[in-house]
Design a protein. Sequence first.
Lengths: 235, 829
Amino acid sequence: MENESNGSAAVLAAHNISKEVSSPEGSLTILDDVSFTMNAGESIAVVGPSGAGKSTLLALLAGLDLPTRGHVVLNGSNLSELDEDGRALVRAESVGFVFQSFHLVPSLNALENVMLPLELAGGDNVRETSRGVVEKVGLKDRWSHYPSQLSGGEKQRVAIARAFATEPAVLFADEPTGNLDSRTGANIMELMFDLNRSSSTTLVLVTHDLELAERCDRVLALDAGRLVSDTRSAA
Amino acid sequence: MRAISFALRSFSREIRSGEVLVLLFAVALAVAALTAVGFLTDRIGKAVARQANEVLAADLRLRSQEPIPNIWRERAEEFNLRTAETNTFPSVVFAGEMSALSTIKAVSDTYPLRGTVRVADELFGEQREVENIPARGTAWADGALLARVDADIGDYLTVGSLELEVTAVLTYRPDQSMGFASLAPSLLINIRDIPASGLISEGSRVGFALLVAGDEDDVNAFDEAIQPDLPDELRTRSAEESSERAYRASDRAQRFLSLTAIIALLLSAVAVAMSARRFAHRRMDTVALMKSLGATQGFVISVSVVQLVLLGLVGVVIGSVVGYTVEEILTKVLADIIASDLPPVGPMPIVLACGSAMVLLVGFAMPSLIQLRNTPPLRVLRHDAMPPAPSRFLVAGLSLAAVAALLYRSARDAEMLVYLLGGIVIIAALLYIVGRILVSMMGRFRSGVGVAWRYGLANVARRGRDSAVQVVAFGLGLTVLLLLTIVRTDLLEGWRQTLDENAPNHFMINIQPHERDSVSAIYREGGVEPPEYMPLVRARMSTINGESVKDREYPDPGGEWMANREQNLSFAARLSSSNELVEGEWWPENYDGPPLVSIEEEAALETGLTIGDRLTYLIAGRELEATVSSIRQVNWDSFQPNFFMVFSPGALDGMPTTYIASLRLEKEQQSVLVKLVRTHPSISVIDLDSILQQIRGIVQKASLAVQAVFVFTLAAGIIVLFAAVQSTIDERRFESAMLRALGARKRTVFSGVMAEFGALGAAAGILAAAGASVLAWLVATRLFELPYEFNPVLWVAGVAAGIFVVCASGFIAARSAVNAPPVDVLRAA
């Protein structure tokens, strides 16, 4: 168990978090007493079989949901002490997302999708900044296309550009290659790790691809809601 | 501020993407329908009111027993009103040896200000409209007058010291009063001949009138402005006071118009509600994403509201352009029927329609949008994470408030509002409850049916609340459409029937008892069925329950007037077919007990008389006491002779009695009247054709407006159903793709969708037929005082229309979903 005094360098810390939901069969524990700390620039892979609680952990770490017990400290803020708007502000300042199913806004084109979080944060030069990021992910010529006109890999590139556009402290990626073929997936991961390195973002990657997990600094293994191992990878 | 600029920027993207088109379309349609309906009802309403004003030949009439000073004409002109003057008085007209009493009507050049005068070039000849008045030294004479004095066109009539050449037969003047005051046939002359006639001198009984007409607002302003200054002898009179029949017809026509306008409004409301619901639902994903990207609740709500308002504005602009264009086209098409000299209506209907659409949009979309702020950001990871449903009270309250506010404005009639709104609320509630019951029953049937039906019924049952909401939307849409159909056909027809083509068009009055046989003989000779004669006794009431009528207090000034004037009494053994007993009992046919009297309902209300009251009358020096034994409702539209007071047989025996009769004479039969008035000069014949025509004109205009509105409302109704189906389309796409991926053929999937819609449509149809029947009954009996019969065809039509329309719009909407390649749909999730 980590000590909170490590917090000076810690960007993300989970303190004994549990999540229970009510079900027809009574209370169901999805996540059970999970704790760990991440330092800036570190990358972590969360692995485990289906139903192990990976996505739930991600939702709690990003403040999309609140734990039943315990608390999460993200970039210095205790998420449990904030209301929904407060958590949203923390996300706006410090968090980027890449989802398995991309979650692009269908009514916005590629560039506009990338602009969205910058516009939400109220930044200046939104369009220029976004164009730069779109170029970085290799979609210079396709910026005006709508999601329906893009391939899966291209959609995920747009999503990655959107995630990095705000230069977040922490990037959450939920099975980012889950909907892609292996080659496209590999390219996408390459891009993500590149950007991660160059922007020293902290990365939380949920995956069940062990090969991918090996490329992260640490691998957290979950099983039935419990953290069963926290290993530093050789890489 | 940031939210607004963000909303503004992303709005054009939303429009481009087509996401919001259904809602945009619904708003535009609502505005277009309300604009066009507003314009139409406004114009036709004015045309109808004007028709009613014809009975005055003006919008307002100032009358006096003394010459009306010029200052009143000048004041009218200050209000931009047109004026005309008339003098009306009885005088004996001579032609050679023959003479007859006539009503002389001397008019100025501008007469009449409303309606037109019609003349014929021979007795009972073809009539034509004229725009001028008789030249000086000439006169236009009523056919009956010419017959009485045995004169013809070209002959000279002597009136006072005037010699006037008859240049035309007067067949119609708009203000030929229906009252008994002007029985004598008229002679229309030029007012400039009056000074030389010697007819008007001190003490002669002349009615002086100043006719006034112009823009409605100007007339009202003038009327209000002069009231305080009017001397006692000068009185104003509006159409309402002067011809109750024409006014009632016009009032009823206005009710029809506002009813159809309300129906259009209700349909628009349902259309907007359904598409607003979908609008909010579709934004859920975007809101969840924006929140995961750090947007606050305030931000997402502001963005949604700003976009909703923008959407409303765009819809409003499109809708008003369409509505205005349609109205312009309709006005051109209907130019013959809508008086062409009507002033343009102005932008008011557009403003009102736009306001209404925005109120609807806010009322219906706001609760869902407000709820959107509670969309959990978790939805980006777990698609089943939904915001809690908005409070039903909030939804119902806001939308009801929106509808009520609008209805109140357009109904201007609290009674209609209560019936309609109450009816709609009850129907919606019933639809929801029954919808849920049906939905759960359908779920149970599914094990016994084929795969298509099982899929369809399972779908209905699974989307329990959604399905019930759809039943409500379909059902309300159908209810309103059915109601409109009933209004358009049954109710209007019922009204038209009260003025059927066989209604009597002539009144004969002042028939002496001994003349009855000879009058009947003349009719028989002319091939006309002789009329039934109704006895008439003129009498004044002296006491009510022993109290003098002068000292008594009355619930209504009308009652006081009636109790104190000379009344027309009648007696009858049987109740007239145009009467209906509402209280008490009618006497047996062979009744010969103490005198009883039956009172007309309204007269009873105004005089405060009830059953058991004792009335005494003074008739030719004799006193008659009778007890009130029943109260009758009279259908005045029947054009049968009717009386406020009808006595039991024998009660009026020995009193000075004359008879009146009504009968129908076709054009070619009217020559029989020439013989009648020549052989019975004391009998007066009153031609009712003109007033009947006026009322038919009103009915025709009203039906026309209702028809035109019907088309619009139908379009709105179809949009409602389409929007309702659209609201489930996303889910449907996914399901059908999934089913097809599992190996179902398109046909199977389609049959399933059709089974679902068929079941929904049938449920909605049954409820709609029930709802529409009840509403129609309420509307008919309470608002229009027309008889209503429950129509079984309605039920068949309701269910058939429900299944057909819902399936058809379902087919259109689901086609794209079913036809999309499954892989696209599944991948795009």
